[in-house]
Design a protein around this ligand. Sequence first.
Ligand SMILES: Cc1cc2nc3c(=O)[nH]c(=O)nc-3n(C[C@H](O)[C@H](O)[C@H](O)COP(=O)(O)OP(=O)(O)OC[C@H]3O[C@@H](n4cnc5c(N)ncnc54)[C@H](O)[C@@H]3O)c2cc1C
Length: 221
Amino acid sequence: MELSADVVVIGSGAGGAPVAAALAEAGRSVVVLEAGPRLETKDFTGDEEEMTARLWKIGAAGRVLTLYAGACVGGSTVINDALCFRPPGRLLEVWQDYYALPGLGAEGMEPYVNRVWEDIHAEPTGPDHTSRNAARLALGAKRLGWMASATPRSVRNCVNLGLCNFGCPSGASIVTRSPGSPVVKSSWTASTPVTPPASIRMRSARVRASTTAPARSARGT
Ligand SMILES: Cc1cc2nc3c(=O)[nH]c(=O)nc-3n(C[C@H](O)[C@H](O)[C@H](O)COP(=O)(O)OP(=O)(O)OC[C@H]3O[C@@H](n4cnc5c(N)ncnc54)[C@H](O)[C@@H]3O)c2cc1C
């Protein structure tokens, strides 16, 4: 198979999918390459062993700590907890100064963060969706005079199955591959999940990805 596009985005997770959507919205043709399989909500059985084998991979393994990640269409957004944290303003200010990115401090980033917030449908987490443990923690915090609140989540009609990490069987979790997700509406439906290409070539400023291994050249494409 050979695909041709203005831009090839590698990986369909939280990073790749929004970039692909934004580029497609701006009129570019985009192909998203995803190494993992495409699973639909109906495929999520809630069986931990089966789902871990189909959706997870070891992202990074050290001697002490192993980090896991999603390896499927949607990337880790398919297996994450849907908890939404706004980037702390103080940190954005530090990054702006450190990386010399004028205009991308707390104030400059606010409209973008707001847009993402809307796109991923981050909504407050009500008492119906917090555990008794969480309620006890909130009570303890209140007694100590500390501020405490439930973290917003990127879900629609969550029914508290507690299976976020194995692909949500109710389809409540908003993942980057959801057909209704604004993050992907313009790009994902048009793109084809394919296995990682054997080669990616730039030709006349257009990118071609091919699943056929190219003949070896002196330049070693
Ligand atoms: C269990 C778990 C729970 C989490 N809970 C939360 C949470 O509640 N809130 C929160 O904000 N964050 C959470 N995270 C973290 C969050 O999901 C990740 O930070 C985010 O998804 C990272 O985005 P990414 O695009 O970098 O990678 P990913 O979303 O992991 O996507 C990368 C994709 O690229 C594909 N890929 C990699 N290499 C190639 C290649 N060479 N060719 C083709 N495809 C490739 C992978 O298969 C994968 O699908 C959680 C993560 C995990 C694992």
